[in-house]
Design a protein. Structure first.
Length: 265
C-alpha cells in the first residue's frame, strides 16, 4: 500500500491528515499485543468529517497507522512536550499509558519505518505546500486531528471541543489564528487556543510565516462527531452535520484570507 494519498486542488489551503490511516503491515501487526491491535488512538473518520468542506483543497493523507510510525512526530525522536506524558515517533504505549507491543521495535526497525513511511508522507506534504505556494504566493496548512476528550494519562479534566494549536502564535499569521478562534467562539462548543495541544511537529516544522507557509492545527474532541468515544468508533451523522458547518466556515475563511497574507510574516 502507498504510504500517502494525495488529492491535488487549486485552493491555497492544504489539509494534512497524518493520523486517519489504519494500515498496519503484517510483520508489524504480529509484533503488537492485543491492546495494540485495537488501534484505539486513531483519529477516527477525520478524513470523512472534512471531505468536501472546501472546494479545491489539497489533501495529504497518511494511510498507515500511527503505531507503525507517527507522522506527526519529529523524525529525530525529540519530544514535542518535554516533561509531559506523550507518545513518541514509534509509540511504545497507547494514550492510556499501556504497553502496545509484544516485541518492541529496536532502533534499526524504527529507522526502517521512518524511511518507508514517515519520510514519504512528509516529502508529499512538502511538495504540495511548495506547489500551492508557487500558485498563490502563500500556502496555509490546516492539520486535521481528533482525540478522546478524557485521557488522564495525557491531560487533566475534559478536553475542550476545539483545540487550536499555533505554537503560541509562531506558526501562522495572527489573522489566521484570530479568524479560527472567532469561528470557534461563535459556535456552541467549547474551545481553547494553545492549550494542551499547541501544534504537533508538522505544524511547527512547516509553519514559517516569513517564508509564506502558514500552519495551524485543529485537534477536535471525538465526542463532537462520534456516537461514543469507544469501539466501534461510530461516525455520528447528526453530530457531524452540525460540526461540519463550523469547520467549513473556518476553511472558507482561511482560503479567502490567503491573498491578504502575501508578503506578511
Amino acid at each position: 500500500m502507498n504510504p500517502v494519498e494525495v488529492l491535488q486542488g487549486d485552493s491555497p489551503v492544504v489539509l494534512g491528515l497524518p493520523h486517519t490511516g489504519t494500515f498496519v503491515p503484517d510483520d508489524i501487526l504480529s509484533a503488537l499485543n492485543a491492546r495494540g491491535k485495537e488501534l484505539s488512538d486513531t483519529d477516527w473518520h477525520i478524513h470523512r468529517l472534512y471531505d468536501g468542506l472546501l472546494a479545491g483543497a489539497t489533501t495529504v493523507r497518511a494511510t498507515f497507522h500511527r503505531y507503525v510510525i507517527d507522522a506527526n512526530r519529529d523524525p529525530s525522536g525529540a519530544s514535542l512536550y518535554p516533561g509531559q506524558n506523550t507518545t513518541g515517533l514509534v509509540p511504545m504505549t497507547d494514550f492510556d499509558g499501556h504497553d502496545i507491543w509484544q516485541t518492541e521495535p529496536d532502533a534499526a526497525e524504527i529507522e526502517r519505518r521512518r524511511v518507508a513511511y514517515h519520510a514519504p508522507y512528509h516529502a508529499a506534504l512538502q511538495a504540495e505546500l511548495e506547489r500551492v505556494k508557487a500558485r498563490h504566493g502563500v500556502a496555509i496548512l490546516y492539520d486535521c486531528h481528533s482525540i478522546r476528550s478524557d485521557i488522564p494519562f495525557l491531560f487533566d479534566g475534559t478536553l475542550p471541543d476545539f483545540n487550536i494549536g499555533t505554537d503560541m502564535g509562531r506558526t501562522c499569521a495572527p489573522q489566521i489564528e484570530a479568524a479560527t478562534v472567532a469561528v470557534c467562539a461563535a459556535a456552541t462548543q467549547s474551545h481553547v487556543l494553545n492549550g494542551r495541544f499547541k501544534g504537533g511537529w508538522t505544524t511547527r516544522h512547516y509553519g514559517q510565516p516569513a517564508s509564506g507557509i502558514h500552519a495551524i492545527q485543529m485537534e477536535l474532541a471525538q465526542s463532537t462527531y462520534l456516537t461514543d468515544e469507544a469501539a466501534p468508533w461510530t461516525y455520528d451523522e447528526t453530530k457531524s452535520r452540525a460540526l461540519r458547518i463550523h469547520l467549513q466556515d473556518i476553511l472558507t475563511t482561511l482560503a479567502e484570507m490567503a491573498p491578504q497574507l502575501k508578503g506578511t510574516s
